[in-house]
Ligand binder design. Structure first.
Ligand code: TRP
Length: 335
């Protein structure tokens, strides 16, 4: 039986936080061990350039994200783990796909449209600070996916449209030039925990409410202590929806511990005591990975070697596919 191919990318612009861990990293790492799937996980550093013009940050984020996935036990024997920019076939495919992709389709992309609308609302030129990178983003993403004939692509809700576009692009190409690409499907886990941040809004670097994944135990404790709670006194009954504390805890524990926390809060557990429990639990889960993470960050050469091996594996698929695509469009030897 042929295996299902699962692929996903992580844009290398930030420092991993607890929300990334719970929502994407942990489930992906678990999935990397499934032997009935062929998995591709990659660091989308070309995508990073669309959002970030700070070279140090792109580089540092690549290092941190790679170290995170490896420290947490990504199975790199079973999954290909690579950096997008180590696969020269990806930008090549991006160009070729762009030549049959309708510009009108890209005009409808949410991220681009939002940028234009913001400009218009601000009385600016509609294209003010809109780059070709932003405009082409969905084509690059389609190339990432179609390059490896991915069947399933686990992504956040915000990426659903990009998957539809990848399917459109693949369909149009197949129709024009013959079957080259599998039509990919988005896998959007509606039940996935969207972790709230310190202030209760979705945990996000842009809201400045994130708890960094990797910090020493002391700092982690401080972060947990900063989760916003109300002024209810010890002894006063509290409910689970009065603070981000409970949903954060719930993302780390099983049903029994959730029930217990719920009961303790209802019985008047002090916020400070609850925070201690939450800190201990998160710290226990992260401590082993933290040590490995710190080791990896201190030896980037080790990470580099893993990524290059991942790229080698990925190119075993990318090179023959690109040959087929080139031939299909008429870029081939003369005679
Ligand atoms: N654009 C995706 C994000 O911001 C990251 C990404 C790039 C990706 N290429 C991809 C995800 C290919 C899935 C498949 O989350």
């Amino acid at each position: 039986m042929s295996k299902t191919t699962v692929l996903t990318g992580i844009t290398t612009t930030g420092t991993p936080h607890l929300g990334n861990y719970v929502g994407a990293i942990k489930p992906s790492i678990e999935a990397s061990r499934l032997t009935d799937t062929e998995s591709f996980y990659f660091l989308a550093d070309y995508h990073a350039l669309i959002k970030c013009e700070d070279p140090e940050r792109v580089n540092q984020s690549t290092l941190e994200i790679a170290a995170t996935w490896l420290a947490l036990g990504l199975d790199t024997d079973n999954a290909a783990f690579y950096r997008q920019s180590d696969i020269p076939e990806i930008p090549e495919l991006t160009w070729i796909l762009g030549c049959s992709c309708a510009k009108g389709l890209m005009n409808r992309a949410h991220a681009y449209k939002a940028a234009v609308q913001d400009n218009v609302a601000a009385g600016q030129d509609p294209d003010y600070e809109v780059t070709m990178g932003l405009f082409n983003y969905p084509v690059l993403m389609a190339a990432d996916i179609l390059m490896f004939n991915a069947h399933k692509v686990p992504v956040g809700k915000d990426q659903g449209q990009h998957l539809e576009m990848a399917r459109d692009i693949a369909q149009r190409f197949n129709h024009r030039y013959g079957e080259c690409f599998v039509l990919p499907e988005a896998v959007i886990d509606e039940t996935a925990a969207v972790l709230p941040g310190l202030d209760g809004r979705k945990m996000s670097k842009s809201y400045d409410n994130a708890i960094p994944l990797w910090q020493g135990a002391k700092k982690l404790r401080k972060s947990v202590m900063r989760i916003v709670t109300n002024s209810k006194e010890p002894g006063e009954p509290k409910s689970v929806d009065e603070s981000a504390l409970y949903p954060i805890y719930a993302a780390f524990v099983g049903q029994a511990e959730r029930e217990q926390m719920k009961q303790q809060l209802a019985d008047g557990l002090a916020w400070g005591e609850a925070k201690k429990i939450v800190f201990e639990r998160i710290n226990d889960e992260l401590a082993p990975g933290r040590e490995r993470y710190n080791q990896l960050i201190a030896s980037p050469g080790e990470i580099e070697a893993v990524l290059l091996e991942g790229a080698r594996k990925a190119r075993e698929k990318a090179i023959p596919l690109m040959e087929k695509v080139r031939a299909a469009v008429g870029i081939r030897k003369l005679g």
